[in-house]
Write a protein that binds this ligand. Sequence first.
Ligand code: PMP
Length: 407
Amino acid sequence: MTSFPIEQVRADFPILQEKVRNKPLVYFDSAASSQKPKAVIDAISHVYTHDYANIHRGVHTLSVRATDKFEAAREKVRAFINANSTKEIIFVRGATEAINLVAQSYGRSQLKAGDEIVISAMEHHANIVPWQMLCQQIGTVLKVAPMNQQGELIFEAFEELLGENTKLVAITHMSNALGTINPVKKIVAAAHAKNIPVLLDGAQAIPHTAIDVQALDCDFYVFSGHKLYGPSGTGVLYGKQTLLEAMPPYQGGGDMIRMVTFEKTEYAGLPHKFEAGTPAIAEIIGLGAAIDYVSGIGMANIAAYEHELLVYATEQAEQIKGLNIIGQAEHKGGILSFTLDHIHPHDIGTMLDSLGIAIRAGHHCAMPVMDFYGVPATARASFGMYNTRQEIDILMQGIKSLIEVFG
Ligand code: PMP
């Protein structure tokens, strides 16, 4: 194993001291939502204890302090994903809201009936349904790039879908159901060669990989704070400034205006044009703390450590007879989706819970992926930077005991 400060990291996450069913918690559900380090919990608590007021509209000290911290978090996000400007960082509630924003604002203003939107066969519902809604509203057409049995995008088939009518590509950076990491740089280059903008769903990739939106050259990048060890209710839409400037607001209300009369409204500039109403102030500041935290550990270190965990878990899982790994892409993040012969995934989840092990069982909001593999659901163990080999051993032992009793 590389030298990763695992003991220190684990000590930073108070919840890891919890017992579940009288057993030490083994948390393998970070793909659904990750746990929070004390730095994030403290940052939120500190805001509410010392700095809290509504932002952007007050002259009093607390409002200025809260505003400064909120805007400092925007700068942290900008630096974290290497965006060109804080104008390109829109705070939203999560990846879902960010995709809906692009579908409704960009989609409705820039696309028309007959235009095609290309997604992939491994998308989360959050990157399917908003486009279907847009298609119903304005007559655009959804095209789906296929994947192979390993759960990898069939790149040639994807490229073939990019035609004269393709006006947007929206694709996941990393699949939440399979762990597949898509060749996003190649995807963007292929789309841009035909002048097609690209939205990348970074909800899963963001806690596992360093993101450089300028190097990727993607047009939109979306993610949720709660998967990045930050608070729920926070998310980010990155968009290239020229695109965002051409887009109408998504929601109307306070904070997104320059001037309002009953006759007309002049909108604020970026990023505020897209941030109507009071945001999740303390939580966004908490997201800034999460970014400080992961940056302190180093995204490259996190990626290397998690890769070793995944390789180890995969080797162990492959030795268990009756365990089928769903999704065997060459490039994968820390997700092990599997089924067991003769045991329903929900039963796997419930029985592992009795051992203190938290995994997720279900369709993972990716029903088309389940259909592709002909399974109703999978069990999914997903890894965060706080997991260990010992925990993987506990998981594998738990799975073996299930197979012995019920398999
Ligand atoms: N896309 C992917 C790939 C995801 O894994 C998720 C969350 N499971 C989302 C989008 C939606 O994220 P949220 O629910 O935080 O908006």
